[in-house]
Design a binder for this molecule. Sequence first.
Ligand SMILES: [Cu+2]
Length: 158
Amino acid sequence: MEVDRYERYWMWAATGMLVLFLGAIVLTALAGSAHPPSHVETIDPETLSIRGEFAAPGVTPRADGGVTVSMRAEMYVFRPEVIRVPAGTPVTFRITSPDVLHGFQIVGTNINVTVAPGYVSEVTTTFRRPGEYLVVCNEYCGLAHHLMQGKVIVEGAP
Ligand SMILES: [Cu+2]
């Protein structure tokens, strides 16, 4: 089959772009530890503020030495707003929403999850560097969305 020279160039250019873009996705997934959503756990958004784990959100030490952080993301605040966790220890964030879709992003890390009402988002990380990390909501959730932020304070080894 005879293909025009310029058409052949453009076919190769399009194929090259596909390879480049797919390669960028694979590379960032491997190098940046980006994961597709994998945790599915449902919860009743109408009662989570009244009873259960999310009625009293906070940091709980686990038997394996790690800590679990239970959180509510709601219009327009994270509860708790300030979280203190130890450095060098696995930290599991469990976050849910009683109202609308929110985001939970810890600036300067690869933690970035969507928080949907009816679901518990769970992500585990280990903070190597002590310090203060800003937490922002990155899903537009209403008029005061821009004010919705929190703080993770990573405390160094005593
Ligand atoms: Cu928001």
